[in-house]
Ligand binder design. Sequence first.
Ligand SMILES: [Zn+2]
Length: 460
Amino acid sequence: MRAVETVGGRCAPDALGPTLMHEHLLIGWPGWEAYASEDRAVHRERTKICVDRMLELRELGVRTLLDPCPIDLGRDVELMAAVAQESGVRIVCATGLYKEDYGAPAYFKFRAQFGDAVKEMADLFVHELTEGVGSTGIRAGVIKVATGAHKISPYEELVLRAAAAAHLATGAPITTHTDEGTMGVEQLDILTGAGVAPTAIIVGHSCGSSNLDYHLAMLDRGGYIGFDRFGLELLHPDRARLGALIGLVGLGCERQIVLSHDTVWCWRGRAPSLPPEVMPDWRPTHLFKKVIPRLREAGVPPECPALGEQISDIITGLTDVSDELQEISRGMHPAVLSRGGLGPAIKMLARRSTIPVELELTVDQRLPEYAEAAAYYVLAEALTNAAKHAQATEVLVSCEVDGANLCLRIRDDGVGGADLARGSGLLGLKDRVEAAGGQLQIASIAGRGTSLSATIPLTD
Ligand SMILES: [Zn+2]
């Protein structure tokens, strides 16, 4: 499974937890350097502001935050690393370059006169994704690109092409900036035309328009779209963002929509002074306090939109494990199971699990095929659930042959409270075990983890 690079090290995609997909700890418009000496003086104060915000978000359940600040907007990955460390909320930082009119493209425009600017940019992005930013060793986890309103400039297209090349070299997803809800479709066309899978692209700030035809054109191409400026009323009213979001969720598009606010917590140079009544909701807790309750009122069920699981989907793509699950759900056996039997297959699942598995395994003989397949399926699903939904930190697995039965027990220390009736996937497991003539018992009490106990009779 491909890991996600965070400023504090690698993280398994399934372990990211609820993620805010577009917020900024710090930005500085090019030119802020005029105040570089003041900048150093406020470093401590800045760290504290960011840590306080992060702790507030952590309290609301946020576990990871994506700060897609590009290279040329005052990015400070060491600040991000310090804040992540102190607050316990992971941060994913970006490589990439901003749009032409507010970025600092002079350097690369200059370089483009002498050689291949796309290659130079792509090499830089790849270096930041694989080796780290400068000499910090802090690796970027995503690539940021940006375009202005109503047109993509030749320079911006160079950056898009460089991002595509860096994606193809590293697999890192691409997140974009758009203005006034325009050019998202064109961004997707340029990137996918250069070989990027649409599922690796988030077209940011798509909520800058409430035109559903625009949104659907991007969703139909397979891309993700960002409703990531909630509270930024000066650019587009929340009411219109919400209306479009409710409509798209009603169409079943929620898996392709990511939510955030695009807040900026600190500024290099002088901060803009906005009277507090101008955008009172432009804060990173707004989704939790107002937007999600409004979605509920509109009839959107509690587990949807699955805020923040998207980044893991975007980054994971089709991982080994989900490939394996698909194979099984199509009735096929993974190779390790048909060749080696249940014991080796369970060991492989335990090794691949993103959370530590303690294994008590006494099955070393071959068992009837139906029993091996059912047990394997239950364990694979249970480990995925434990990582993805239960936020478990450890799983205990025991598997033994007891008389004429195969007994499989799986217990995690996660949040519990999984509901058989609410489409949690547990129903599928029960069906699967019962189809093998067995029984599945589930205990999942909120706050006390989830236990599964499958008993499958061995009648062959
Ligand atoms: Zn932004």
